[in-house]
Design a protein around this ligand. Sequence first.
Ligand code: SF4
Ligand code: SF4
Length: 360
Amino acid sequence: MELGELVGLRPLPGAGLLLALTQRCPLRCAHCSSASTQAGPQPSAARLRRFVASFGDRDRPDVVLMTGGEPLLRPELVAELALAARRRGARSAVLTGAFFARTATPAAIRAAIDAVDHFSVSIDVFHERQIPRPDVFRLLSSVLDAGTPVSIHAVGATAGDPYLTGLVADVRRRFGDRVPMLVNTVRPVGRAAAWAAARPMPADPGEVSPCAMAAWPVVAADGMVLACCNQDVVDRRPAPEHLRLGHLDDDDWPAVRRRLLTAPVLRMIRSTGPAHLLSRYGTPAAGAPADQGYCAGCRRLGERPEVLAAAGRAAAGAVGELVDRQVAAVQLRAGPVDFVRRYGCARHAHLVGARGADRS
Ligand code: SF4
Ligand code: SF4
């Protein structure tokens, strides 16, 4: 599975599942969005196994993306979940910081890499202080030679960061077009919250701006299943009730997927975005939060019962389902490059394309 196909599926509700296998990590990147340490929480292997085993042959995600923390701290589990997903017809991918790349890859990690359908490594200035680029390139080469598609997740300070320009040129020199890249800029979450600048909010707070981030369930390290990967939603407890899909202790994939697809407020967030919801249905209320930024406003929708009620009236039925599907279909047709233009680093969006696709 190439990166372009994986990213291209991101707007399709239920097409993917993001599994945080652990919040632990042996590295200590200054920008780490999950603020991972050696002592972070992680769901039990048994709960994760049970959840993936609940996929049906038809009721399943197309792809399971295993993340962390560092998922390859649990290599046997990565391999096991990849094979369990494949038995149901789902593919899998893993995103690693490659903490092991300075020496020969341990056998269990190699088996995990060989078990997945896509292998991604994070490279940025923070990772490179700990894991040298030549070691990561050597690892990527060996995975490519074994026939598994690979990609690089890169992060820069800004879109024009010369570090990114140099990295892209280096990747091209070494791999030609065989290694697509997903490029982002640092966001002020996790360990970067203390020093990274926030992104500007949409110019018009009431504009229709669908949120495709509410399309794939996310299993957090404490076992809670959320409707989006916004780091504040994933990390903070209690989680906003309207963005909570369940918990590994109590819910299986069919139940989580059903809530994801049918909750009216999630349909509306995916079709119009939270800012439009608030501006169209919200009534100025005493004590209502003044900060109605895109995600901040979304996280606080639970404090606006009139908005939730209106979302219920507008999107609970067949029309809400149809609009949700249509908005997803438009985004699917627009493709992965368009998706990264909106959610990642627009300047480098073309690098996400599948092998032989739109590249410059
Ligand atoms: S490798 Fe990833 S999970 Fe680990 S500290 Fe760095 S950014 Fe965080
Ligand atoms: S708008 Fe809401 S659903 Fe979308 S990423 Fe932000 S918090 Fe999550």
